[in-house]
Design a protein around this ligand. Structure first.
Ligand code: 0X9
Ligand code: ZN
Length: 310
């Protein structure tokens, strides 16, 4: 399969991850988050580390595919797992160089498809499906996993109606997907949590559920701005940095708020990937578009290499 042209289905993703594990077993290992989804699936994750068995390094968690229709987030997690193993010497070797430095500092726990039932349904049946596929006690099935966390659960920006796309579920962490990720993340010594969504080109800072800012807000803002600058220099894509209430909308029960609030993870961010907020086909972004844009910016990769060689 040429995964640079099309989105992989769940089987393709399984193949991709097992191939990666077979090729770099000393760096990457697959594991289950635990539990099973409503449709009986397991939630796969990968740990990437220079010292898989005995590592005392701090953990960076990256969560993708929480919202079923946000296909590009899944590709992003897979590509990150691929790049961070250093297996691929990408254009001009830039990625490989950076990946070595990244692995010297931290261990990475990557969850490419946090909502496999939803993704399968969006992939084969209904492209714009967002929630998981579990029946709660309402009329419709499906819970918005990004409203199901224990961060002002039930508050504004979430719905108590089962048919709503932002239905929060019966109680915080009621869903197998949120419960499993929460339990797994509590077994590691964490420094950062990154929740990957699409679209709009935002880097979102805490809090998402209220407009007041955490006490370390200025530190987080500085980091997000430097991440934005780096991203823009690679791809020429501008991202807006701010909190959801300031630049998007208030939403309670979100993953990154929960991780900071309840699991003490200081560096907690949400990304909204491409395309920009004005798009009318945002979730249906095609991969060929990304590649065209990359090719247009190849000269930038040349400059980047010179810079990182100094
Ligand atoms: O509404 C969401 O869950 C996210 N946007 S999306 O279009 N991908 O659905 C934004 C989540 C921001 N996080 C919180 N407000 N907690
Ligand atoms: Zn989303």
């Amino acid at each position: 399969r040429d995964y640079t042209q099309t989105y992989l289905d769940l089987n393709g993703i399984d193949d991709f991850l097992s191939t990666l594990e077979a090729e770099v077993p000393q760096r990457l290992e697959r594991f289950n988050l635990g539990g099973t989804t409503a449709e009986g699936r397991q939630i796969w994750a990968v740990k990437v580390s220079t010292d898989l068995n005995g590592s005392g390094k701090k953990a960076v968690w990256i969560e993708c595919g929480t919202h079923a229709r946000e296909f590009i987030t899944i590709s992003t997690c897979l590509e990150t797992a691929n790049n961070v193993t250093c297996k691929i010497i990408w254009w001009f070797g830039v990625v490989a160089q950076k990946a070595t430095a990244m692995l010297d500092l931290y261990d990475y726990y990557i969850v490419p498809v946090h909502n496999p039932d939803g993704y399968d349904y969006a992939y084969w049946v209904s492209r714009l499906w967002r929630k998981n596929r579990r029946q709660n006690n309402g009329i419709c099935l499906g819970v918005d996993l990004n409203r199901n966390w224990n961060a002002n659960f039930g508050g504004s920006g979430s719905s108590g109606q089962s048919c709503s796309d932002t239905y929060r579920g019966n109680s915080a962490l009621s869903e197998p997907e949120t419960a499993a990720l929460n339990a797994a993340i509590q077994t590691t010594n964490n420094v950062a949590f990154i929740s990957i969504h699409s679209y709009s080109q935002y880097i979102l800072l805490p809090w998402g559920y209220q407009s007041s800012k955490p006490s370390d807000y200025n530190t987080l803002l500085r980091i997000a701005r430097s991440a934005e600058a780096e991203l823009e220099s690679y791809y020429n894509t501008a991202y807006l940095v701010g909190t959801p209430p300031d630049i998007l909308y208030v939403a309670s029960g979100g993953a990154y708020d929960h991780m900071k609030l309840n699991n003490g993870i200081k560096y907690s961010f949400t990304y909204e990937l491409r395309p920009g907020s004005g798009s009318s086909w945002g979730f249906e972004l095609r991969k060929t578009r990304l590649l065209l844009q990359l090719k247009r910016h190849l000269p930038r990769f040349g400059n980047l290499q010179k810079r990182s060689m100094q």
